[in-house]
Design a protein around this ligand. Structure first.
Ligand code: DGY
Length: 349
């Protein structure tokens, strides 16, 4: 006698409210939906208890999908559907061991994240965080406007600074979309670090160079990336291979006028080293949508305390249209997985 028999209706545990896409799951009679309904991150103990016997689970980047979770679910678990392109939170080795499919949401969020990367680049270069706080703190009335107050390096090229190099740690879809946007600012050079072991993409790079009218698109090593970038975009997906790649050694090599933007994963940047770099003016400013310690990023966090650091609470893809599409795809992925169909967007791992 099996203690955990196949339930008649497959169970789906939903750790995040999928908003307008929720009825795609809750309106169906052939599945059993168990949603986390509180307005805070899904409680781990609740998840471990409720996932027992589930065929599918909907998670976000805050929910660790590890051996503990898979063991708690038991043998019915067939699909993990994450409302993110990033999958640092999912242990793919364990997914492979248990033949669990992973659904995710690439492509549809590319433009929204690229938009926010450019927003952070502009905010950081032009002191938007500092000057906005200044107004909120009621300091404008006593402000003695001077030509150089709140100045920062210009993102676009000028006759006085005719070259600008955009650097990319992580040169995938989102990075390419950022480059497209930066072309309008007159960026002249692009450097990026290729994935270890990846073949050189000479043709692709020549195409990008021509398309965006750049002087060069060049694969470089980490040291050159640090030294050459006027604005560095961190768009790496995270995980052990990129942990703290941006550390004190890297930051010390950057230009004092350079700006760092992180829209990838917090784990790629060593927060303490970045705070030191800002304090010692090794770099000019930083714009962060993700932080290693998130969500435990209080007003006392060393990066939040740095005047030239703009910190946003992981909202890179938070455009209404994009989030609605992400939620729909997340629901479709989990549904296909539990009903034995093909996932509309499966992670190839
Ligand atoms: C992702 O998709 O990985 C983002 O971090 C959340 O939208």
């Amino acid at each position: 006698i099996h203690s955990m028999s196949f339930p008649a209706r497959p169970k789906i545990v939903v750790c995040k409210d999928l908003g307008p896409a929720m009825p795609l799951l809750t309106d169906r009679e052939d599945i059993d939906v168990v949603p986390w309904t509180e307005d805070r991150p899904c409680d781990r103990a609740w998840l471990l208890e409720n996932i027992a016997g589930a065929a599918g689970v909907v998670v976000c980047f805050q929910d660790m999908v590890d051996r503990e979770l898979v063991n708690a679910a038991g043998p019915n678990l067939r699909v993990v559907s994450t409302i993110s392109v990033g999958h640092e939170h999912i242990d793919l080795r364990i997914m492979g061991e248990h033949k669990i499919q992973v659904g995710y949401t690439p492509d549809i969020l590319t433009d929204a994240v690229a938009d926010s990367a450019v927003m952070l680049a502009l905010m950081a270069t032009r002191a938007a965080g500092q000057s906005y706080s200044f107004v909120k703190n009621n300091e404008w009335p006593a402000f003695n406007w001077t030509p150089f107050a709140f100045c920062g390096p210009q993102l676009s090229t000028t006759p006085f600074s005719p070259t600008r190099t955009a650097g990319f740690l992580g040169f995938g879809r989102i990075a390419h979309a950022v480059l497209t946007r930066l072309a309008a600012f007159g960026i002249t050079h692009c450097v990026y670090t290729p994935r270890p072991g990846a073949a050189h993409q000479t043709t692709r790079d020549a195409q990008l160079k021509a398309k965006h009218n750049l002087a060069a698109v060049t694969p470089v090593d980490l040291g050159t990336l640090a030294r050459d970038s006027d604005i560095l975009f961190v768009l790496a997906p995270g995980g052990p291979s990129t942990r703290h790649l941006i550390n004190e050694v890297f930051l010390r090599q950057m230009k004092p006028t350079s700006v760092l933007v992180n829209n990838g994963r917090g784990s790629v940047v060593d927060s303490a080293a970045l705070a030191l770099a800002l304090k010692n003016k090794w770099i000019w400013a930083a714009g962060l949508d993700v932080v290693d310690e998130e969500p435990q990023v209080t007003a006392e966090h060393p990066l939040v305390r740095e005047p030239r650091c703009v910190v946003l609470p992981h909202i890179g893809s938070a455009a209404i249209e994009t989030r609605a599409e992400m939620a729909t795809l997340t629901a479709q992925n989990v549904l296909a997985g539990v009903l034995g169909g093909q996932l509309p967007m499966a992670l190839d791992y």
